[in-house]
Write a new protein. Structure first.
Length: 205
């Protein structure tokens, strides 16, 4: 992001799924993924929020996925710069594992919906609960559905707008942008996932 800021680049939306600060690694599936980088703490978060604010154009909307585990930390960090308009709930079609005997079955993730300035929703006003099927995480341990990312893009951006995903993972946001004719900028530290994302986005017709 530093290079983009130095060049004076501005983006019309940040749509991203950063590390949640949970030190997450799933051993449930046959596919074994790399452990998520920078997920052991949230020391990076405040600096990231400041840079995200700087690179964002005025009167724009943004989405940042997170988990209930550190929702208080995420919320407080982003509210220092952005207007938190809502917390969206992604209701999945199946639940995750967790404590099978001592806890309710987890079936959702959270997404901070933020404004820098103010912008208006495209189309009708929808509820803040989104129902989309899980992906199976074949390409990345926290892979999001393309149709959900397309939905989020469609509500607060237009064709030709520039979208940034600073935690690109397997490139789902980039695929959604290409499908909807948005300009996409993706950043990913893990070289394996970067290659997956690059090939995946390139393959979209």
């Amino acid at each position: 992001m530093d290079k983009l800021i130095a060049k004076g680049v501005k983006v019309d939306m940040v749509l991203t799924d950063p590390p949640y600060g949970m030190d997450f690694q799933s051993n449930r599936r046959k596919e074994k993924h790399n452990k998520i980088a920078n997920d052991s703490s949230l020391e990076w978060l405040e600096d990231f929020v400041a840079k995200m604010y700087e690179i964002s154009a005025g009167n724009t909307a943004h989405y940042v996925f997170c988990s209930f585990h550190n929702i208080d930390v995420f919320k407080q960090a982003f509210e220092k710069k952005f207007k938190l308009k809502n917390i969206l709930i992604w209701e999945k079609n199946v639940h995750s594992m967790g404590d099978l005997k001592g806890d309710f079955a987890p079936k959702y993730e959270m997404c901070l919906f933020l404004h820098k300035g103010r912008t208006l929703m495209r189309g009708k006003r929808d509820p803040n609960i989104m129902k989309f099927a899980k992906t199976g995480n074949k390409l990345h341990p926290t892979e999001k559905p393309v149709d959900m990312m397309e939905y989020l893009l469609s509500k607060f951006s237009d064709e030709g707008m520039r979208i940034l995903d600073p935690f690109m993972g397997s490139g789902t946001t980039g695929v959604a942008c290409k499908n909807l004719n948005r300009k996409f900028i993706g950043i990913e530290l893990d070289e394996t996932y970067y290659k997956v994302a690059k090939d995946r986005i390139k393959g979209v017709v």
